[in-house]
Design a protein around this ligand. Structure first.
Ligand code: ZN
Length: 423
C-alpha cells in the first residue's frame, strides 16, 4: 500500500444519482486509503509523489458482482437457448472439463489475463465443483493484485452424471477447500459459498451450507428468479416455499448470516423484493446475459428507488463480455426497452445510475470501496480516450458515458487496487 497523488480529469459517484466531475484535479491516496479529490494539492499532502496523467480520465475501479470463470471459454456463443437448455447442452459439459488441471490452467489463464487488463478491480466469481481447479484459479487471481471472491460451486442434484456431487462430497470438499484457502494465506482472494442455484441443491445441502456460512461468517453467492421455466422448476422442487428467495432464506443463505449476492432477479415478485430489501441482499444485474439467454429485463430502477443494493455483473458466458462498461451500457439499453415495450411503471435508468452500480453500488459488497470520497479503499483506473476522435467537447461524465459504449481494454492505461499500482 502506497501513498501518492494522481492528477487528471476525475469522475466518481457521490451517491446513486449524483456524479462529481473535475476537468483538472488531484486524487490523493495515503496508505491505500483515498483522502479525497482536490483542485489544488493540500499542504498536508505536498510531500507525496504526483503521477501526472494530464487530461486522461481517472475513475474508481469497476466491480463485477457476478461472473463464471470456467464459462469464459465459450463466450460469445450459444445465444439461441434459454437457461435450462443452455445449462444442459453447453455449460455443464464445458464445466466438467475442469477436472483436468491442465485444461483448467490454460483456460483460467485466459480469463485471469482479460480480467486483469480490463477496468475491473473487484469481482465475485463462480468456479466449478472441482476443488483443486478452484484453488488454482484463486492462486492465479492472487498473483494479479485484483480483489476477488471465488466460489467452489456446490450441486448435488439436477446435474449430469460425472459433474454431480453427493451431498456428503459437496460438504467435505467445501471444507477441504476452505481449509486449503486458509493455509495459503491469500491477501486479496477470499472464498465465497456458492450453492449454484436451488434446482441443483437439495435441502440437506442448503442446510449444511447455511450452517457453514453461519459458523465461519462466509459470504454467499447464487442465482435468483432469472428465467420463467427455472422459477416454475423451483416451485415444484420446493412446494413449501412461497417464492424462490425463500428456498435460500430458510437455510440462512439469503443475507441474514453472511453478505449475499443474488444474480439476476429479473422476475422477483413483491414479497421476494421486500425480503431482499430487509435482509440487505445484493442484486447482481446482468443485462447482457438476460438478453442473450432470453431471460428478460430486470426492473432495476425499481430496486434502486427502493434503496436496495444493486451492482452489475458480466455473467460470462451468459453474457459475452467481461467488460463492466458493457454491463453499464446493457443495463441502460435493457431498461429503455422494458419501459418502451411493456412496463411504463418502471422508468429507464440514467447514466449516473449505471456508473453508480458499476462502482459504488457493486463495490460496497467488498467493503468501503467504489468512490473517491475520503476514507474509501483506493481502487482507480485511468482511461485514455484520445483515440475516440470527435469535435464534440465533452465533460468527464460525458467522456465516461461515451466510453460506456466505446471502451475496450486498450482504453485502460493504469490500474490501482487497494493503493497498489498494478500497471
Ligand atoms: Zn450466473
Amino acid at each position: 500500500m502506497d501513498s501518492f497523488i494522481l492528477h487528471g480529469a476525475v469522475l466518481f459517484s457521490e451517491d446513486v444519482r449524483e456524479l462529481k466531475e473535475y476537468d483538472d484535479a488531484y486524487v490523493v491516496c495515503a496508505d491505500g486509503v483515498c483522502q479525497g479529490v482536490y483542485e489544488e494539492i493540500p499542504g498536508e499532502f505536498s510531500d507525496l509523489p504526483v503521477e501526472d496523467f494530464w487530461d486522461k480520465l481517472i475513475i474508481p475501479g469497476l466491480a463485477d458482482l457476478h461472473t463464471h470463470a470456467p464459462q469464459y471459454t465459450f463466450r460469445g456463443l450459444y445465444g439461441d437457448m434459454e437457461l435450462l437448455e443452455w445449462l444442459d447442452r453447453v455449460t455443464f459439459p464445458e464445466e466438467m472439463r475442469y477436472d483436468d488441471m491442465d485444461y483448467a490452467a490454460r483456460a483460467y489463464d485466459l480469463f485471469v489475463e482479460d480480467l486483469f487488463t480490463g477496468a475491473t478491480t473487484r469481482a465475485a466469481i463462480f468456479a466449478t465443483k472441482h476443488t483443486d481447479a478452484t484453488l488454482l484459479l484463486m492462486d492465479m487471481l492472487e498473483e494479479t493484485g485484483l480483489v476477488t471472491l471465488v466460489g467452489k460451486v456446490n450441486m448435488d442434484r439436477g446435474v449430469p452424471h460425472g459433474y454431480c456431487e453427493t451431498t456428503g462430497e459437496s460438504v467435505s470438499e467445501t471444507l477441504r477447500w476452505l481449509e486449503e484457502v486458509r493455509s495459503r494465506g491469500y491477501r486479496n482472494t477470499s472464498p465465497i459459498l456458492t450453492p449454484r442455484f436451488t434446482p441443483t441443491c437439495t435441502d440437506e445441502l442448503m442446510k449444511q451450507l447455511g450452517d457453514l456460512s453461519g459458523r465461519y461468517g462466509l459470504p454467499v453467492q447464487s442465482h435468483l428468479s432469472e428465467n420463467l421455466d427455472e422459477i416454475s422448476l423451483v416451485s415444484r422442487l420446493c412446494p413449501d416455499t412461497r417464492f424462490y428467495g425463500e428456498s435460500y432464506d430458510r437455510f440462512g443463505l439469503f443475507g441474514t448470516q453472511g453478505k449475499t449476492i443474488m444474480a439476476h432477479c429479473v422476475w422477483s415478485g413483491e414479497e421476494e423484493i421486500e425480503l431482499m430489501l430487509k435482509n440487505g441482499v445484493y442484486i447482481a444485474h446482468c443485462a447482457q446475459s438476460n438478453m442473450r439467454i432470453r431471460s428478460g429485463a430486470a426492473p432495476v430502477s425499481l430496486y434502486l428507488d427502493k434503496g436496495m443494493h444493486v451492482g452489475l455483473g458480466s455473467d460470462t458466458a451468459g453474457g459475452a463480455e467481461l467488460s463492466i462498461f458493457s454491463a453499464m451500457r446493457d443495463a441502460v439499453l435493457s431498461s429503455n426497452l422494458r419501459w418502451r415495450l411493456y412496463d411504463r411503471d418502471v422508468r429507464q435508468i440514467s447514466f449516473p445510475e449505471a456508473f453508480y452500480m458499476a462502482t459504488l453500488g457493486g463495490g460496497a459488497f467488498f467493503g468501503k470501496t467504489g468512490t473517491f470520497k475520503k476514507g474509501y479503499e483506493f481502487d482507480a483506473v485511468v482511461l485514455d480516450d484520445d483515440n475516440i476522435q470527435t469535435l464534440y467537447p465533452a465533460s468527464p461524465a460525458e467522456r465516461a458515458e461515451r466510453l460506456m459504449y466505446l471502451a475496450d481494454d486498450r482504453h485502460v492505461v493504469g490500474k490501482y487496487v487497494r493503493g497498489c499500482k498494478l500497471y
